[in-house]
Design a protein around this ligand. Structure first.
Ligand SMILES: *Cc1c(COP(=O)(O)O)cnc(C)c1O
Length: 238
């Protein structure tokens, strides 16, 4: 059963643990502890639970489905910065654009162009990351790592969309150390390719509950965490 105090205390404790693990990974790799931003992915919990986490100080919240993001954005205070981390269908761009801080999951040039067109129409600037299918699994969305440099000239056509980095999901593996080469390769890619300004590849969104410490050690600037924050926490489900 839902118990308000247990929920708040449970989340507070989880958050403390996660921040501690993030800070330790930063220390191990000689990075400043504020070099990495936590995006709490709230797809497995209700708006109420997400709101409690926000009251505990988490500003950056993420959803993988646009409709669920619309629903939670309507229920939570406007102080939340929303991140879309999953696939965006073009017919959902118009409603999603006004709500979000960052789209992590631009997975085609068609989507990039459609976003820019709508951003011009709404006279709104939007930052995006390109999703790289670094593990090259067929069922995943995203560009192959080898495609990224070839699509950079295309960025000069964009008026309102600004590229701010890359995102990836590592393969599901039992030992997170196995994700290290994937993360390291993506980091190396951001340093290798020249990006036409005002675009840049500053952000690396990589690392989920299973592998975020390895991702931080390999240069992640954003980790996207759900399970490690919410699994087993008292409270309802969406
Ligand atoms: C669900 C999801 C996450 C969070 O995953 P956990 O393993 O629960 O931490 C991160 N990124 C994306 C794209 C997701 O869909």
């Amino acid at each position: 059963m839902f118990s308000g105090t247990a929920l708040v205390e449970g989340l507070r404790q989880r958050l403390e643990e996660v921040h501690g693990r993030m800070a330790a990974a930063c220390r191990r790799s000689g990075r400043a502890s504020d070099a990495v931003t936590l995006v709490a992915v709230t797809k497995s919990v209700s708006a109420q639970v997400a709101a409690v986490l926000h009251r505990l100080g988490v500003v950056e919240l993420g959803e993988s489905r646009p409709q669920e993001l619309w629903r939670k954005a309507a229920a939570l205070p406007p102080t939340v910065h929303w991140h879309l981390v999953g696939h965006l269908q073009r017919n959902k761009i118009d409603r999603t654009l006004p709500l979000i801080q960052l789209i992590h999951s631009v997975d085609s040039l068609r989507l990039l162009d459609a976003l820019d067109q709508e951003a011009v129409k709404q006279d709104r600037n939007i930052s995006v990351l390109l999703e790289v299918n670094a593990s090259e699994e067929a069922q995943k969305h995203g560009f192959a790592a080898g495609e990224i440099s070839a699509l950079l000239p295309h960025l000069q056509r964009l008026q309102k969309v600004r590229l701010a980095g890359l995102m990836t999901m590592a393969a599901q593996v039992a030992d997170p150390q196995d994700c290290r080469p994937t993360f390291a390769a993506l980091h190396a890619l951001t340093e290798r390719v020249a990006v036409p300004p005002p675009h840049d590849l500053h952000h690396l969104s990589m690392g989920m509950s299973n592998d975020f410490e390895v991702a931080i050690e390999e240069g992640a600037t954003i980790v996207r965490l759900g399970t490690v924050l919410f699994e087993g926490i008292p409270g309802d489900r969406p």
